[in-house]
Design a protein around this ligand. Structure first.
Ligand code: ADP
Ligand code: MG
Length: 360
């Protein structure tokens, strides 16, 4: 359906897209992930000619998009784009937002457009908001209207550029649910997103973008569980773990615990498990002999639902959780009770403690 060959895009001296080639079939759902500034938005914008590519070619259903004989407006109508900021017409009702395009651009009859719009509003769960104005809606509702408005133009391909990143966390899931529904109905979609769980569960393929390329691509399992290339690995690891470096005994314990709490919340750990994690991290730090160079890292294992806490500190060999030291210390016994495993080793002048905290 979409064929991209050697696509490049430069902004003056800046080479944003170097050489992108890919084929996307009908019904595929592609998630595009990667650090910011790697050209994810530019890639989407080139696909529907919001940006004119510097080189290469794009074919939509075998029609060359960049050929000067191509009817670009017609081809572009096959693609709808949903932006981070919803771009609704604030002086029009929700219904009018949905009908203006079909009536003015597709020449649809008003009654027909109205009927279609009501149907679409049902699909995105906003049937009762047809006569509201955008300002009367929450961010999540606005974005669902924006999606319905896109659908009203009967596109064959939907492009989403970070559709949830301008939303309050509480509203992310309602928008993702709508996108998921469209994917089940067989819509072809390309979604730039930072919602990794969503990317994993919903897409057929994941593109990791970096260095002006689709640096690595694969199934969600390949990209998230077994990335092959260095930068992909680094990116995936970074989003899956929290790293803190402590350099003196004056470290900010509450700040650290706050960050850990946010991390636990993001992975939907229970309050109880979050409490254990914070408590165990604090105990571990109290037990350190030397706080001049300690790294704590927290990572979540999706498979088992456990949390791994790694404490890596410089100094002479010293294991604060050694069995025989444990006998009469209740705090340490508690730690062991809450962990599936506790491993210690000494490597390259550093004490490494690996605790696997039970996820439930
Ligand atoms: P991403 O979406 O991955 O964060 P973008 O595609 O938005 O990345 O941007 C990639 C790079 O291109 C950035 O360095 C950005 O500043 C630059 N860029 C994007 N659009 C323009 C533009 N219209 N003019 C000049 N530079 C741009
Ligand atoms: Mg972007």
């Amino acid at each position: 359906m979409i064929k991209v060959r050697n696509l490049s895009k430069h902004f003056g001296e800046l080479v944003v897209l170097k050489d992108i080639s890919t084929d996307i079939s009908k019904g595929e759902v592609i998630s595009v992930i990667g650090p910011s500034g790697t050209g994810k938005s530019t890639f989407l914008r080139c696909l529907n000619l919001l940006e004119v590519p510097t080189g290469g070619s794009i074919f939509i259903d075998d029609v060359p998009l960049l050929d000067k004989h191509t009817d670009v407006p017609k081809l572009r109508q096959k693609m709808g784009m949903v932006f981070q900021s919803f771009n609704l017409y604030s002086h029009l009702t929700v219904l009018e937002n949905l009908t203006i395009g079909p009536v003015k651009l597709l020449g649809m009859k008003k009654v027909e457009a109205d009927e279609k719009a009501h149907e679409l509003l049902k699909i995105v769960g906003l049937a009762e908001k047809a006569y509201s104005f955008p300002d009367e809606l929450s961010g999540g509702q606005k974005q669902r209207v924006a999606i319905a408005r896109c659908m009203a133009m009967e596109p064959e391909i939907l492009l989403f550029d970070e559709p949830t990143s301008a939303l309050d966390p509480t509203m992310v899931s309602e928008v993702l649910a709508v996108i998921r529904r469209l994917s089940r109905e067989g819509m072809t979609m390309i979604i730039v997103t930072h919602e990794m769980e969503f990317a994993r569960n919903t897409s057929s393929r994941v593109f990791y973008m970096d260095e002006g390329l689709i640096y690595e691509e694969g199934t969600p399992q390949q990209i998230f569980d077994n990335p092959q290339k260095e930068k992909t690995k680094a990116f995936i690891n970074r989003i899956r773990s929290l790293n803190c470096h402590i350099t003196s005994s004056d470290y900010d314990l509450y700040g650290l615990q706050g960050e850990m709490e946010v991390f636990c919340e993001k992975h939907m750990l229970t309050r109880r498990v979050t409490g254990y994690v914070l408590h165990i991290a604090e105990e571990l730090l109290v037990l350190q002999k030397d706080l001049s160079d300690v790294s704590l890292s927290l990572s979540y294992s999706e498979k088992e639902g456990d949390v791994e806490l790694k404490c890596d500190s410089a100094g002479l060999p010293f294991n604060p959780l050694k069995e025989d030291a444990l006998e009469d210390d209740i705090g340490l016994k508690l730690i062991r009770g809450r962990c599936r495993s506790v491993d210690y080793f000494y490597e390259g002048g550093r004490n490494i403690l690996l605790l696997r905290i039970k996820g439930e």
